[in-house]
Each structure stands twice: as structure tokens, then as C-alpha cells.
Design a protein around this ligand. Structure first.
Ligand SMILES: Nc1ncnc2c1ncn2[C@@H]1O[C@H](COP(=O)(O)OP(=O)(O)OP(=O)(O)O)[C@@H](O)[C@H]1O
Length: 748
């Protein structure tokens, strides 16, 4: 017979019904067989054999029935089948091992009541598997065994696990404090058990007033333990939060240190705001989550453990009932809650659409008015609001259902416990005080488990979020190894030999900025580098500062490759003052002595005088202690540039690079600064970059760059005589502006 999809659908509808019918038939057939004289003397063998027969027949049916559900033939389905068929033999065997009476269980397992009970147990087991309770417990076990010991876990690590390991690394120096916190958590959680425990004792005393001291004793103990627990909690919180602040500070410090050591290209690719957010916001979020949620998780875990312990010691049967009921308590509100959330999201989307209509209408008000369509727009808005109202009604119903389901399931569990507890009290297995204590424990237990389930994923998420921080901490800067050269005397002879370079770009193809550039910058001379904007002048300077590496060719300093010099030495010998020089939001003194903490005030005054900055600094409100920073600074753009020049000169560099350094100065000051600089840096190699031809014409040698290549070079006079690119630039700068028509008139 060909099975059409319709036939298959019908068959699958009947699958579970047939499954239950078959199970009932098998159970009753086994029951009849059990009564046969052959099996009467081997009840346990029969019990297990019956379970096996049941499992095999049901599995064969599940695997072969054409409309069988895929879940039933999956591992989880077969696992549940195993629970259904073998939980009772296992339970009965356990009773037998514990020396408990088993006759009722052995001969009564096929009753209707027991069969239904079996289905409930299987359902609870399935809920455990399908929820993350088990995975949560397992992953805890895995974490605490592998992380503290530093051992490798079996599975490949996920991000959260590796981030947690790193975090624990930061916590390790404070292991003593964490140990103390843990002890305080344990003692304080234990103290919290006093109220339910002694309330039970008081209930016992009410029933049986024969021991008059028992009441006073119970109340006294309860009070002392509760106060003790509160005091310990206070100290624990204090110690935990201060320790976490220490951890936070050391993470922040390390991130800052790692970022500052990255290559310059890294700062080109990562906006400053993003880097600052990594150091501040991300670390703050992580530490807040850890301080708040991890501490709550710890508290509730402590409470959970003690509650479980006390509940088991009170009555293991009632504890088992509570544990079986908990998954139902979680799952039903979760299902109704997710339905509510789904509708709430739809309501939000609908509201956003209504807002969009309003925004669009008001922003195009003139168009609406000129087409006299006010009523049309009002109608459109109303239609949108009607949609929102329809969804609102659904949301209200879903919310009510979710709250109702929540309280009903909790109530149902409590009623079950009270009913079962009541029967145990009637049988005399537990006292009524124990039942009171148990009910109070159970109340706290449900909320502790719920809190653990809520905070655990949040803590995991926060730890996983810290992954970005650790990514930065793990990043190795792409910088060639530091050189070893640091000669006592340096001539300052710079050579670019066939240098080609393009800026590293993440996605797009990078275009070459320098193409086969060869330059010879003679020691002790003034060399000017000129060219149109974006011709690559500043790039040459950045390569000299070793911010980037040439792709081809090499740069020599005194005949030796630049990368062979020590980084610190190089930056002491080469001082760069650029147009976009930045002063820090600190005093003028700190700015000039930047990076040279042992420089004397005399050195500072000398450098300031050479940069023509001393006089104006002395006139500032607080002299050298005036704030020179970007914000709130009292110094103008030109003055800032002269302070930046003083900052460069205090190092007595061998090579001075002025990259449009005087562009913010008026002609008078520019002349003064240049004159002072050139007079006082006689033994220095000076590389002068300027777009002003009047500035560069005094240079010993002029190199003209055009679109990343050397166009021409020579002295000012030689280049003028050549009448090429440089001569054209000089001409253009000396020619005034005029309108085209006027040009025509002029020529007439
Ligand atoms: N950090 C960077 N990342 C990517 N491209 C860059 C970077 N810095 C400069 N460039 C590009 O390199 C080219 C050369 O720039 P450079 O600043 O060296 O020219 P310049 O001659 O000094 O120009 P200007 O006179 O305008 O300062 C330009 O196209 C510029 O956009």
C-alpha cells in the first residue's frame, strides 16, 4: 500500500494511543503470567523479566510502526521508555536492599494506580532531561572540578569556560579572601535554617506542652542563629565586594597596558571610543555582574544545599516529591511565559508602527495640509491603534494565564506536599513540627532553586561577555622585535632606499601611498619635503618613527637598518613636531617634561626658550603650572604648538622633524620660531615639511613628492631653474586670485 502524507498523518495521530493500549495489554498479560505457579517463587526475576518484556515490545512497536513519532525512536525517547519499564523494578529492588517491605510493590505494580504513577514518573524524568537542570548540574560539576584545579576539560572549551578560567586567574591572588567569603556564606546560610527548624520545634511544643523549657530554648536559639547569620552576611558582602573591586581594577589595568602596547595600525582600525568602552564599560559590566549576580548565585546555592540537606533529614520521601514537582512548576509558567513574551513583542512592534505613522505625518505636515488629508492620516493612525488594541487584549489574557499558571502550579505542589505530609504525620512517620519545618523549607527551596536557575545563565552570560576583554588581553602587537643598537653618538644620516608602502586595511584593497621612494637626508642639514596634499610626506615621517613598516625597500639610519635600533633610543633621538600636535590635559610643565620625569626645570626653561615659548608661558596665570590641555586650557593654538616644540627640544634630539609644525602661527611668530629653531639646532638633522614655499626655500636640500614618488630634488634655485613641479608650486603660491572674466579683461 502506498502511504500518502494524509495516511501517515492519521497513523501518527494514533501512535500514542496505540502505544498506551499496547502497554496496558502487556502489563496485564505479565500480571496473569506472574500468577502462574512457575513464577510464584521468583518474584524479583519476574519483576525484572516483566519490565524487560514490556520494554522490548514497546521499543519494537515504536521503531516499526509507520506513523511512529521521531522523538520516540530517538535516544531521549528510548531513555524515557527505559524509565517507564524499569523504574519500578529498580525502586522495588532498592527497598529490598534497604530491608524495607516489598510484598506490596512486587505484587501490586500492575495496578491501575501504579501504571499511572509510572507515566507520571516518566513525564517528570523527561522534563528533567529536556530542561537544563541536568546540564546545569553537570556543567557545575565540570567547572568546579576542572577550573579550580586548572585541569583540562574533556570537551573543547567554549568561550564562557575559557573566560571563566582567565577570571579565576585574576581571583587567584585573593584566594584567601575568597576562602573566607565562602566560609561566611556557608555559616550564614546555615544560620538561615534556624527559623524553619525552630518554628517546627515550637509547633511540636504547642502540641505537647510537657517540656516548658523547650519553647524558650527554641526561640532563643532561633534568634541567636538568625542574628549571627545576618552579621556574617554583612561581613561577607563587604569582603566580597571589596575583593571584586580589586579584581576589577587589575583587569582594567592589564587591558590598558595591553592596548597601549599595540601597533599604531591597531589604533587606526579601532576607534578610540570603542577601545575606551572595552576598558571601562565592558570591564564595569563584567565586574557588576560578578559582584551582584555571582554573589546572589553563591548565596542561593548555599541556601539550596542546606535546604536540601535539612529537607532530606526531615523526610526523604517528601523531598523526593518536591524534587519531582519542581520541573512542572518551572515548565508550565515557562511555556505560558514565552507565549506572553511573544505577544508582548508583537505589541511593541505594533506600537512602533503607530509611532512611525505619527512621526511621518508630523514631519510631512505641510504636505498633509496642502493635500487637505488630515482626516485620512487620522484614520490611518486609528487603524494602527486598533491593531495594537487587539494585540493588547491578547497580551492581557496571556499575562493573566501566565500568572495564574504560575500560582496554580505552586499551589498544587504545596497541596500535594501537605496532603502527603499529612498522611505521614497520621502514620506517625514524621511529627507535625517536622511537617511545619518541611513546608517552610520547601517555600525557601523553591525560590532558591528558581534564583539559581535565573542567576546562573546571567552569570554565564556576563562571563561570556568578558570574552571581548580577554581577546584584547591575548592580542600580541604586530611589531617587529626591538633592535639592539643604541650608539653613543649618532650623525643623523637618513636614507630611504626604494621604499614602497601602503596602509594596512582590514577589508578593502589598500592603495600604495609611497612607490619606490629613495631619499637621502644628509646629517646636520635642513632638508625640506614638499608636495601637494596627500602626496605621502607625513607617511615618510611615520615610517621614520617606526609606526609602520615599509612593504618593500629599507630605511637606513647612519647606514644601519632602522629596525636594528632600540625603540626607546630611536624615540629619544628623533623628535617630531606635527601640525596636529596634541597637548595633554595637564600643566605646561608636565607637558614639556612628558616622558622625561628626571628632566630638571633648567632643561625645561632652556627648551622653552629655544621654542620661543618661555616668555608667553611666564605671562600665563600660573606660569608653567597652567593647564595646557584641550579642555579648559588657557593657551591658544599657536602657543600650544610652541609648547609642543619645547617638548621635542628638551630631549636634545639628533633629528628634528617639523611636519607643518608652525602652520598655526602668524607670520611674525612663525618667522621667530623658525629662526630660533634653525639657529639653535645647528648640529641637528632637520626634516622640514611645509606647504609654504617661503619656509622651505632656505633649506639646504628640497625633495618634491608627487603621488607617492620623488618628482624632483635639489636646492631652491636649482629647482626653480628646472622649471618643473616645484617651480609651478612656487608660482601658484605667489599668484593672487582673480576671476576668469577679469583674467580675460586683463589679457585684452
Ligand atoms: N592612518 C592612515 N590609514 C590609511 N590611510 C592613510 C593614513 N594616513 C594617511 N593615509 C593616506 O595616505 C595618503 C598620504 O597621506 P599623507 O598624510 O602621508 O600625505 P601628506 O602629503 O602628508 O598630506 P598633507 O599635506 O595633507 O598632510 C593619503 O591618501 C591619506 O589618505
Amino acid at each position: 500500500m502506498i502511504k500518502t502524507p494524509y495516511t501517515m498523518q492519521k497513523m501518527s495521530c494514533f501512535f500514542y494511543l496505540l502505544f498506551v493500549c499496547l502497554d496496558v495489554c502487556v502489563v496485564h498479560a505479565v500480571r496473569l503470567a506472574q500468577l502462574s505457579p512457575v513464577f510464584l517463587s521468583y518474584p524479583f526475576i519476574f519483576l525484572w523479566g516483566g519490565g524487560l518484556t514490556r520494554a522490548v515490545l514497546l521499543a519494537l512497536f515504536a521503531l516499526n510502526y509507520p506513523g511512529s513519532s521521531p522523538w520516540m525512536s530517538s535516544f531521549k525517547g528510548l531513555q524515557s521508555l527505559g524509565v517507564l519499564c524499569f523504574h519500578f523494578p529498580a525502586y522495588t529492588s532498592l527497598l529490598w536492599i534497604l530491608g524495607q517491605p516489598t510484598a506490596e510493590a512486587v505484587w501490586g505494580w500492575h495496578s491501575w494506580e501504579r501504571v499511572c504513577q509510572g507515566y507520571v514518573v516518566t513525564l517528570v524524568a523527561w522534563l528533567y532531561w529536556s530542561q537544563y537542570v541536568l546540564s546545569l548540574l553537570l556543567s557545575w560539576g565540570r567547572y568546579f572540578s576542572s577550573l579550580w584545579t586548572g585541569g583540562a576539560s574533556e570537551k573543547p572549551e567554549d568561550n564562557t569556560s575559557s573566560s571563566l578560567k582567565r577570571l579565576l586567574g585574576y581571583m587567584r591572588p585573593y584566594v584567601g579572601r575568597f576562602g573566607a567569603v565562602l566560609s561566611l556564606v556557608i555559616f550564614s546560610s546555615y544560620g538561615e535554617m534556624a527559623i524553619p527548624q525552630y518554628t517546627g520545634r515550637v509547633a511540636d511544643w504547642i502540641q505537647n506542652e510537657s517540656a516548658p523549657d523547650a519553647f524558650t530554648e527554641a526561640i532563643t536559639r532561633m534568634t541567636l542563629m538568625t542574628i549571627g547569620s545576618a552579621v556574617l552576611e554583612f561581613f561577607c558582602d563587604l569582603m566580597y565586594n571589596t575583593t571584586m573591586s580589586l579584581v576589577h581594577t587589575s583587569v582594567q589595568k592589564d587591558v590598558f597596558q595591553t592596548v597601549i602596547k599595540q601597533e599604531i595600525a591597531y589604533f587606526d582600525d579601532n576607534p578610540t571610543g570603542e577601545l575606551v568602552s572595552r576598558i571601562t564599560t565592558d570591564t564595569n559590566d563584567m565586574s557588576e555582574a560578578l559582584s551582584e549576580k555571582l554573589s546572589l548565585l553563591m548565596w542561593y546555592s548555599g541556601r539550596f544545599s542546606f535546604l536540601l540537606w535539612f529537607m532530606v533529614s526531615q523526610s526523604w520521601k517528601m523531598t523526593l516529591l518536591t524534587c519531582m514537582g519542581l520541573p512542572i512548576i518551572w515548565v508550565i509558567p515557562k511555556l505560558t511565559g514565552s507565549f506572553h513574551q511573544e505577544i508582548a513583542a508583537k505589541v511593541q512592534a505594533s506600537l512602533a508602527k503607530a509611532n512611525q505613522v505619527a512621526t511621518e505625518t508630523f514631519s510631512c505636515m505641510k504636505t498633509v495640509r496642502s493635500f487637505a488629508n488630515e482626516d485620512g492620516e487620522t484614520e490611518r493612525y486609528k487603524r494602527q491603534l486598533d491593531d495594537t488594541y487587539a494585540l493588547n487584549k491578547q497580551e492581557a489574557a496571556a499575562y493573566a494565564a501566565s500568572t495564574w499558571a504560575n500560582s496554580m502550579t505552586t499551589l498544587a505542589l504545596k497541596v500535594c506536599i501537605l496532603y502527603y505530609g499529612g498522611t505521614l504525620v497520621t502514620r506517625g512517620t514524621v511529627s507535625s513540627g517536622d511537617l511545619v519545618s518541611f513546608v517552610l523549607y520547601e517555600l525557601q527551596f523553591a525560590s532558591a532553586v528558581e534564583a539559581v536557575m535565573r542567576y546562573y545563565p546571567e552569570v554565564r552570560k556576563a562571563i561570556g561577555g568578558s570574552e571581548k576583554i580577554f581577546e584584547i588581553l591575548d592580542r600580541k602587537p604586530v611589531i617587529p622585535e626591538d633592535g639592539t643598537l643604541a650608539p653613543e653618538s649618532l650623525k643623523g644620516h637618513i636614507q630611504f632606499q626604494h621604499v614602497s608602502f601602503s596602509y594596512p586595511k582590514k577589508e578593502e584593497q589598500s592603495t600604495p601611498v609611497l612607490k619606490d621612494v629613495s631619499l637621502d637626508i644628509k646629517p646636520g642639514q635642513i632638508t625640506a619635503l614638499v608636495g601637494l596634499n596627500r602626496s605621502g610626506k607625513s607617511t615618510c615621517v611615520k615610517l621614520l618613527e617606526r609606526f609602520y613598516q615599509p612593504e618593500e625597500g629599507q630605511i637606513l639610519l647612519d647606514g644601519k637598518p632602522l629596525q636594528n635600533y632600540k625603540d626607546q633610543y630611536l624615540h629619544e633621538q628623533i623628535a617630531v613636531v606635527s601640525q596636529d600636535c596634541v597637548l595633554f590635559a595637564r600643566s605646561v610643565r608636565e607637558n614639556i617634561k612628558y616622558g622625561l620625569e628626571d628632566a630638571t626645570d633648567e632643561d625645561m626653561y632652556r627648551a622653552a626658550k629655544r621654542a620661543s615659548a618661555h616668555d608667553f608661558i611666564m605671562e600665563l596665570s600660573s606660569g608653567y603650572d597652567t593647564d595646557a590641555g584641550e579642555k579648559g586650557g588657557q593657551v591658544s593654538g599657536g602657543q600650544k604648538q610652541r609648547i609642543a616644540i619645547a617638548r621635542a627640544l628638551i630631549r636634545c634630539p639628533k633629528i628634528l622633524i617639523l611636519d607643518n609644525a608652525t602652520s598655526d602661527l602668524d607670520p611674525e611668530n612663525e618667522y621667530q620660531v623658525h629662526q630660533a629653531l634653525l639657529n639653535q639646532t645647528k648640529d641637528c638633522t632637520v626634516l622640514l615639511i611645509s606647504t609654504k614655499m617661503s619656509v622651505v626655500e632656505k633649506a639646504n636640500h628640497i625633495i618634491v613628492l608627487n603621488e607617492g614618488t620623488v618628482e624632483e630634488e635639489g636646492s631652491h634655485d636649482e629647482l626653480l631653474e628646472l622649471d618643473g613641479f616645484y617651480a609651478e608650486m612656487v608660482r601658484k603660491q605667489n599668484t593672487g586670485f582673480h576671476r576668469q572674466g577679469e583674467e580675460g579683461n586683463d589679457s585684452q
